[in-house]
Design a protein around this ligand. Structure first.
Ligand code: ADP
Ligand code: MG
Length: 467
């Protein structure tokens, strides 16, 4: 008697288990878009976009959205959140239908709205679906004309959306799906009132999606207002930088030496697509001028003072790799996708620590490898420690290149750094009396601060003394 006959059932079961296991392993190794219930038009578009397998957030969110749930999606920057909602939206609304839009996607900035629009364009390429992107800074006429021709998907910044709605040119009664993208950023930028007024005018019965790179108390609050029985999908603990990024830092004593270091690094050809982040417009301009004059004409700069079109053009050129280096402040770039950035350089350590995560989210996007380099002076060390705590990783320190020319720190710059350090110490320990401030106090006239009992002002608590 063969074993088969002894225990045929067991063996069959084992064989099935084995098959199941292999199938699972394969699926795990290579998840595939074909596992979603999508149509031919979408599969073609996904293929044309070059997406071979869904990213983790897409894997989790797409089926839930297709099933009609309200979804709260949390995943770090660069993990493909846009397609995670655009794919199911395209699937749900399928063809061009009426005059009026059925999907509304809100984004905090024009750059982000434009970027989502690119994704929508890609993913609707094989359908007749119509879309429009509404953002401020330019006239509304063309945007309204596009709406009048009939649209299915509206991508908009909250302010411009409301402006156009109030002109009566945008009918919202057929909206079925609404997305708040980069919700954390929306909150940061104070869009809550606009969002609330939008929620008052859109139909009550609709599917809501909310995406954010970070989770906070404010997002939770927003979730309660906006989502109904939401399912939460989260693929990485919040504030974790993309895993495909190698990051390290240099201790650099001052601005001029930082500039020299930029010079040295950029002469290296491996740095073929670089974003340099600066903390202020002034720093950004200075870095840009230096690079343009001394290193490479293939450079652009974007910050809040740059006009709308200049910013868009710079982003476009950088995306297409027409330019090699982009100098930017955080305001101009948060959430912006620039695929395949080779290096992110933090010329200044971001003092809004979450920005570190957002900045290095520019590199190593969707499983591309990237390198993030941070320049840190003595006053910025404090922030590096905070960042390390936030990302739960020690950032490796590298030796400065031997051929780097180290400049003397100018008196003013040194004073400014000492002042910062004092401030940091006092923040950590309110009793701390910094050397820097002690000296300053000696010169102050103490009488000025003396309490004057006859003065007729209310005290800080607002009580008045009874007569
Ligand atoms: P997020 O909104 O999470 O910051 P994006 O939606 O901007 O990320 O996507 C980041 C980049 O990854 C984009 O260039 C996008 O085209 C690309 N991408 C998205 N999904 C995939 C995928 N499944 N495979 C490969 N690349 C993808
Ligand atoms: Mg995004």
């Amino acid at each position: 008697m063969s074993e088969n006959e002894i225990n045929p059932e067991n063996q069959e079961q084992e064989k099935q288990n084995l098959e199941q296991k292999t199938l699972n392993d394969e699926q795990k190794a290579q998840p595939n878009f074909t596992q979603f219930k999508l149509n031919k038009q979408l599969f073609s578009a996904i293929e044309q976009a070059g997406y071979q397998s869904p990213t983790p957030i897409q894997l989790k969110a797409i089926p839930l959205i297709l099933d009609g749930h309200d979804v709260l999606g949390i995943a770090q920057t660069g993990t493909g959140k846009t397609a995670a909602f655009v794919i199911p939206i395209v699937m749900k609304i399928k063809f061009a239908q009426s005059q009026h839009p059925r999907a509304l996607i809100l984004a905090p900035t024009r750059e982000l709205a434009l970027q989502i629009t690119e994704e929508v364009k890609k993913l609707t390429a094989f359908t007749d679906l119509r879309h429009v992107c509404l953002y401020g800074g330019i006239g509304a006429k063309t945007q309204i004309e596009t709406i009048e021709k009939g649209v299915d998907i509206v991508i908009a910044t909250p302010g411009r959306f409301m402006d156009i709605y109030l002109t009566g040119n945008l009918v919202v009664k057929e909206l079925k799906i609404m997305v708040l993208d980069e919700a954390d950023r929306m909150m940061d930028m104070g869009f809550m009132p606009q969002i609330n007024s939008i929620l008052e005018v859109v139909p009550r019965k609709r599917q809501n999606l909310l995406f954010s790179a970070t989770m906070s108390a404010r997002i939770t609050k927003l979730t309660e207002n906006f989502l109904e029985f939401p399912l939460r999908v989260e693929v990485t603990p919040q504030a974790t930088p993309a895993q495909t990024v190698t990051h390290f830092l240099y201790h650099v004593p001052n601005f001029k030496t930082k500039i020299n270091l930029i010079g040295l690094l950029l002469h290296n050809e491996v740095f073929d697509k670089v974003i340099i982040f600066a903390k202020t417009k002034e720093n950004a301009e200075n870095i840009y001028k230096f690079i343009h004059r001394k290193i490479d004409k293939n450079v652009r700069v974007i910050h809040a003072n740059k006009g709308q079109n200049t910013r868009i053009n710079a982003m476009e050129e950088f995306k297409k790799s027409d330019i090699r280096i982009l100098v930017a402040t955080d305001v101009a770039t948060r959430g912006i996708d620039v695929s395949m950035v080779s290096h992110v350089i933090n010329f200044d350590v971001p003092f809004i620590h979450e920005d570190y995560v957002h900045r290095i989210g520019r590199t190593g996007r969707a499983s591309q490898e990237g390198i993030a380099i941070t320049f840190c002076n003595k006053a910025e060390l404090y922030h590096v420690e905070k960042i390390e705590k936030l990302i739960k990783t020690k950032i490796e320190v590298k030796q400065l290149p031997e051929n780097l020319h180290i400049e003397e720190t100018p008196y003013e710059e040194n004073q400014a750094m000492l002042l910062d350090i004092d401030y940091q110490k006092r923040k950590e320990n309110p009793d701390f009396k910094g050397a820097f401030h002690e000296k300053k106090k000696e010169n102050q006239k103490p009488e000025k601060k003396k309490f004057d009992p006859n003065k007729k002002t209310t005290n800080p608590r607002g009580f008045r003394r009874k007569k």
